[in-house]
Design a binder for this molecule. Structure first.
Ligand SMILES: Nc1ncnc2c1ncn2[C@@H]1O[C@H](COP(=O)(O)OP(=O)(O)O)[C@@H](O)[C@H]1O
Ligand SMILES: [Mg+2]
Length: 321
């Protein structure tokens, strides 16, 4: 029986080997070198959600211990667990106590969301890392590296995971579409890439949710699934403004706000994300636009008329040459 039907695709398509990890070649080469030398330092994986941090940690462990050696030698903990650092420390203690049955002289502990730990908890973690450094290697994962205290950072080799680029995401869509017998037209692909913003988890989840309705994936279907701002519409609005068509851009704005019910701030944030990546805009102009977005955001938060503020931004954009 095929028991993969109900499986969550995020797990089903999680890379099992380094070769399957897309778009992060730079780390893969470096991490592989550590593994080949069997001399693994503590690692700190920093970066946006859904970029492969947990996946890479799992692959590292699998490469070292083999599939069968995973159990007992690899422990995944979540630092945001509200039972606190003491519980985590106890788990680490219990785990480190039992001797490894592989020929690798250490075990691996992956601590996710390490940046959610308070300063005191990080102090405790640092001491724990030291205490077990001969028997355990730590892989810490976080979104915000600045929230990790220096003494911990300096004990780790740091890898910064970037959101996946268009090409990598496109490859992933093809991989899943092939695996699931989906048809994803070019337009839908673009929508998926825009909506996921380099977050593979998000992309995979949207695709799975959409495919539950229809095996032919279209932008329209994706739009129905997404309940956040539809980046595609925002992009159309921006493009209209950039082409100097202020009124068309304003129509999009009204549709986004009144028909879809998005807030001015949601739309503004989306515009920021799109503009910042727009390579057709001169860096100097981009800085001015970003500055203007910041001003508008401030004004909206302060209570000014959202529509007026957003329209003024579209007007600015339509005058940009
Ligand atoms: N670089 C990548 N190549 C292929 N799949 C990826 C990549 N990054 C993330 N994924 C997929 O996205 C999902 C979430 O990845 P995960 O490693 O848990 O992200 P993170 O820990 O950075 O939030 C998994 O299904 C994983 O297979
Ligand atoms: Mg993770």
């Amino acid at each position: 029986m095929d028991n993969t039907i109900s499986k969550i695709w995020v797990d089903k398509y999680r890379p099992q080997t380094f070769d399957e990890i897309i778009g992060q070649n730079y780390f893969v080469t470096r991490v592989k070198a550590f593994i080949d030398s069997k001399n693994l330092p503590h690692l700190l994986f920093a970066g946006a959600p859904g970029t492969g941090k947990t996946t890479t940690a799992l692959v590292v462990a699998r490469e070292l211990f083999g599939e069968h050696g995973m159990k007992g030698n690899y422990l995944e903990l979540n630092a945001s667990d509200d039972r606190g650092i003491d519980v985590i420390r106890n788990q680490i203690k219990e785990f480190a106590k039992l001797k490894s049955l592989t020929d690798i002289p250490y075990k691996i502990i992956c601590l996710d969301e390490a940046d959610s730990l308070t300063k005191d908890a990080q102090q405790a973690l640092r001491r724990t890392m030291e205490k077990y450094s001969s028997s355990c290697r730590f892989i810490l994962a976080c979104n915000e590296i600045s929230k990790i205290m220096d003494p911990i950072q300096s004990r780790c080799v740091i890898f910064k995971f970037k959101p996946l680029g268009e090409e990598a995401l496109s490859e992933l869509i093809d991989r899943i579409a092939n695996g699931e017998g989906l048809k994803v037209d070019a337009d839908a692909k673009e929508s998926l890439i825009l909506a996921s913003r380099g977050d593979v988890r998000k992309l995979t989840n949207i695709l799975q949710a959409t495919s539950a309705i229809e095996k032919v994936i279209t932008t329209k279907l994706i739009d129905e699934i997404l309940d956040s701002v539809n980046p595609k519409e925002v992009e159309k609005m921006i493009n209209a403004a950039k082409e100097g068509d202020f009124f068309k851009a304003r129509d999009y704005l009204i549709a986004l706000k009144s028909i879809k019910g998005f807030s001015g701030l949601e739309i503004l944030k989306e515009m920021y994300r799109i503009l910042i990546r727009d390579e057709s805009i001169e860096p100097k102009t981009k800085i001015k636009l970003v500055d203007k977005i910041a001003t508008i955001e401030f004004r909206i938060v302060e209570g000014s008329d959202e529509e007026l503020q957003l329209e003024s931004f579209l007007a600015t954009l339509s005058l940009v040459k």
